[in-house]
Design a protein around this ligand. Structure first.
Ligand code: MTE
Length: 302
């Protein structure tokens, strides 16, 4: 289902991004456009010390091998169908256990201090990628709405637009796609809202115009195309947990010692590589996040 043979990997997928960009600029020029394509969508971002030093996957890997079930369950379907999603106008409502609930226009969020964060993404299915996100800490947004002392959890919701999302006609999940974090996970400096990748605005298949990235958790926690963030006292229901609680827990911290009921989580295949590599606890971010779970049984709380 998810492993591609080396022979399936197109040479275009390993094109260095600078060459890719130059080629796009050349093509834009040849087509008589006034501005190079990359200049239209570029997002200036400062480098972050939280970035991984590993080599990022190619832009083509990152934008053509996706999970976004609102556009189908095939890895290639989001790239084919997500173009239909209208990402303007777009607002994100942040409400619930807060003193200053607010609805943010996406263009005001693009004016936040943006950083490039190169993070590993480990999918629960057994593959991984390294992705140069552009975004800002979720904590920066939450502080603006002033969480109350009762805010113990944060719930997230993806837009639900049957007319633009062909995949929601099938009830694979109970739409809208929902995710949740504990408030300390949400406020952790590694947790970001991403608005771009490779220095440009986020492609729709990666969750435009704004998606969550929680690098120490399995990829499905990183919910795409968010329209609502709701702070609450009780742990919120989450899509994959509702669909199959035995296989997908609320925490879903990357844990090589806790097998998925149908497969081992001990290793992973980096997209573009042939040999498997060992999966690291907390996806390699243990030094920064293990303290959040001190005293918790991470086999029970998987
Ligand atoms: N968010 C929504 N709304 N719908 C989805 O189907 N899939 C999740 C997550 N966020 C998903 C989603 C899964 S399973 C993964 S692995 C990541 O998105 C994949 O992110 P990427 O395609 O940007 O690599």
């Amino acid at each position: 289902m998810l492993i591609r043979k080396v022979s399936d990997i197109l040479s275009s997928e390993i094109t260095p991004h600078s060459i890719y960009l130059n080629r796009r600029q050349f093509m834009a020029g040849a087509a008589g456009l006034l501005l190079p394509v990359s200049a239209i969508a570029a997002l200036p971002a400062a480098k972050s010390p939280f970035s991984s030093t590993e080599k990022p996957n190619s832009r083509n890997d990152i934008t053509s091998y996706n999970n976004y079930y609102e556009f189908g369950s095939g890895k290639d379907e989001p790239a084919i169908y997500a173009g239909k999603l209208k990402t303007r106008p777009w607002t994100v409502t942040v409400d619930g256990e807060v003193n200053a609930a607010r609805t943010f226009d996406i263009d005001s969020l693009l004016k936040m201090k943006l950083q490039e964060r190169i993070y590993r993404l480990r999918c629960v299915e057994g593959w991984s990628m390294v992705i140069p996100w552009v975004g800002f800490p979720l904590a920066e947004l939450l502080k603006q709405v002033q969480p109350t002392s009762r805010a113990k959890f944060v719930a997230f919701e993806t837009a639900l637009r049957p007319g633009e999302m062909p995949g929601v006609a099938r009830r694979v999940l109970d739409w809208p796609y929902r995710e949740g974090l504990r408030i300390d996970e949400a406020m952790h400096p590694l947790t970001i809202l991403a608005v771009g990748l490779y220095g440009e605005v986020l492609p729709n298949q990666n969750g435009a115009p704004i998606r969550l990235v929680v690098p120490w958790k399995y990829g499905f926690k990183s919910i795409k195309s968010i329209t609502r963030i709701h702070l609450l006292e009780k742990q919120p229901p989450t899509s994959w947990n509702m669909a199959n609680a035995r296989e997908y827990g609320f925490y879903s911290n990357v844990n090589p010692e806790v097998d998925h009921p149908r497969w081992s989580q001990a290793s992973e295949r980096r997209i573009g590589e042939f040999f498997k590599r060992k999966t690291l606890p907390f996806n390699g971010y243990g030094e920064q996040v293990a303290a959040l779970y001190r005293g918790m049984d991470l086999v029970k709380n998987f």
